[in-house]
Design a protein around this ligand. Sequence first.
Ligand code: DGY
Length: 342
Amino acid sequence: MTDALPLVLVSRALPPGWLDRLEGRCEMLVGDADVAGFDSPLLEALPRAEGILCLLTERVDAALLDRAPRLRVVSNMAVGVDNIDVAACTARGIPVGHTPGVLTEATADLAMALLLSAARRLPEAARDAREGRWSTWSPTGWLGTDLHGARLGIVGLGKIGAAVARRARGFGLELVYASRSARPELEAELGLRRLLLPELLATSDMVSLHVPLDEHTHHLIDAAALRSMKPSALLVNTARGPIVDPDALEHAVRNGEIAGAALDVTDPEPLPPEHPLFARPEVLVLPHIGSATRGTRRRMAELAADNLLAGLRGRPLPHTVNPEVEPRARAPHRLGPSRGER
Ligand code: DGY
C-alpha cells in the first residue's frame, strides 16, 4: 500500500505558480484568497493536517494546535511570526518556518518612500493639487523637511534596519541606531552610531522602526516616548502596528508633540476608516504593503513552500524561528498513530 500524501492546509489561495514546488508532494486544502483566518473546511481538516502554510493574518495558537495532533510543520509566509504562538509549537515539537531575507529590500524601499513622503508632505500636496487648492506656485506652500543633514534614528538594526541605513546614507542623513546588540561592522560600514533608545528618540529628526513585535516591543512607542521626541520629528513604522500605541500617536500628532507619521502597519489591521488617525493630515497610513512587489511576494511564497517541504520530510527548515525543535519524519507505514492517540 502506498502512503497517502501528507495533507497541508494553505490558509489563503495564492496566485498560480507561487506554490508549484508543492505540487505532487502533498495534498493541499486551500482557503479563500480574500478572507483572513482559517475558514471552516480548513478548521474541520485540522485533525488530519501534517502541515500548515499560513499568512500573517492567521492566528496559530495552542487551541488550534490542539486540534491538529498530526501537525509536523507550520510555515509562515512572512518574516514576522507574532501571529504564531511559537512557544506552543515548540512545546509540541513543531518547527515554525518564516521568510527572512527575501523581503528585506522591498520593505526598506517602502520605509524610504514613507520617510520621503512624510518629510516632503507628498500626500497633502498631491491631495491639494487634485482638489483645486493649487492656485499658484507658492514660496511657503507645502514646506517640508530636508533629509540631507537630518538625523535618522533607526530602532532595530536587523536586516531591514540595515538596508534602510544603506539607503538613508545615500540621502545624506546622519545615522544613529538603538538595538539590543551592537553592530560594529555596520557602524564602520555605514557611519552609524549606537545610542540608547531615549537619546535616539530625543535627538532624532526622523525615527524608523524595525524591531519585531514581542512582549518587549509592544507599545515601545507610547505616550511618554512620543512626548520625548522633537516637535518637528517624523515617525515611520514598517515593522508591526502594536509597536506604536495608536491612541498616543493620534494625541501626539494632534497636539504637535511630533510633526507627523507614516505607517505601513497599524493596530488594528485593517485600521477602520473612521479611526481618528485617518483624520490627521500629518499621518499617512498604508495597508501593510512593505513586501508588496510581485517578485518579493513570490519569493516569500517559494521560501514558505521550501520550509514546509523540509518540515514534511523531517529535515531542518531553511529558515526557522525555533531551530531547537527537531523536525519529525512521518511514520513509515501509513500515517501511524497520531500523538493524540498514543
Ligand atoms: C512580514 O513578512 O513580516 C511582513 O510584515 C509582510 O511581508
